[in-house]
Design a protein around this ligand. Structure first.
Ligand SMILES: NC(=O)CC(=O)C(=O)O
Length: 307
């Protein structure tokens, strides 16, 4: 006898009730920053950029992956900050907290190398309008790649992978966080959607081989498959650096449509997000109801384990 299909059973319900009404508009900013080997300059530069976009009305600001340091295994240990210690041990982290508080905005603080005991992580901190740390995402999927003649890079030579998905309730909606290579894993985005995310932010640094191939494709797929907003933010391209970023930071809507994008130079985008588009898309094309939970299921392993 086939098991009867009940769509409501296939859905992993959100952990928390959604904090927002379905209609909610605000401005998001993507700061595609130039990054140098001078950490102090990078911090001052990022602060200025955040002030500039907040002046343009941004209530949520996203920075790039590894914005305070060159993207290299040699640099990660040198530029790493002890986020738990804070203060002088974490100047990039402290600046973000302070500027979120003084400007009363939410910041998805890109990522920085984090030192915790004898381990290093690639870590994104999310700050609320009061400057408090709302969430900390350690990159779950490390970027190890070997395409001979094109790119060979192994983050796992120095970094340890994070162990937890990160979803944060903020004044500008429920936000799932991934860092760059995390975008390649659809299950993570599905999990965030199932937990009620309105937006997934991926601070990123795609490079010159993967960038032209899959960067736009992955962002649009994550947004369209899950019918939510996706925002990415890359460093600006520096052709003289050891790791050359693709750039092309992007905001994608729940139809998979590109709302705004940069080229590869330093650039700031300030653009409106309207969360009512999520409801509209989901009523136009109710993927959640059409999903065949009798044939396949998303398993939320950590929720399952903790219950
Ligand atoms: N920094 C990264 O994780 C880069 C990446 O994922 C890529 O494909 O490029």
């Amino acid at each position: 006898m086939p098991v009867p299909y009940k769509p409501e059973e296939a859905r992993v319900p959100p952990v928390l009730p959604s904090p927002l009404t379905p209609v909610y508009k605000f401005k998001i900013a993507l700061c595609q920053l130039s990054v140098t080997a001078d950490k102090k300059r990078n911090i001052v530069h990022a602060k200025k950029a955040i002030e500039e976009v907040a002046g343009g009305g941004a209530e949520l600001v996203i920075l790039p992956e590894i914005w305070n340091s060159p993207y290299s295994n040699d640099s990660f240990p040198v530029y790493a900050e002890d986020i738990e210690a804070g203060g002088d041990a974490a100047p990039s982290y402290s600046m973000l907290s302070e500027v979120a508080r003084s400007l009363q905005i939410t910041i998805v603080g890109g990522s920085i190398p984090e030192r915790s005991g004898d381990r290093l992580y690639n870590t994104c901190c999310v700050f609320g309008k009061d400057g408090s740390l709302k969430g900390k995402h350690r990159k779950i999927h490390l970027f190890d790649i070997d395409i001979p003649g094109k790119i060979t890079f192994k983050e796992s030579n120095t970094l340890t992978a994070g162990q937890h998905p990160t979803i944060v309730d903020t004044d500008v909606g429920r936000i799932g966080i991934g860092i760059c290579h995390d975008i390649c894993f659809q299950e993570l985005a599905m999990l965030y959607a199932a937990r009620g995310a309105h937006l997934i932010c991926y601070p990123s640094a795609f490079e010159m081989t993967t960038g032209p191939l899959v960067w736009e494709l992955l962002q649009r797929a994550r947004a369209a498959d899950n019918q939510l907003f996706v925002a990415t933010c890359s460093p600006a391209r520096d052709s003289g650096s050891g790791y050359i970023a693709w750039g092309h930071s992007m905001l994608v809507g729940p139809f998979g449509e590109i709302i705004a994008t940069t080229e590869h130079e330093e650039a700031m985008i300030v653009e409106e997000i309207d969360y009512s588009q999520i409801e509209l898309r989901r009523s136009n094309l109710p993927l959640e109801k059409q999903r065949r939970g009798d044939l396949y299921q998303l398993v939320d392993v950590q929720r399952t384990n903790s219950h």
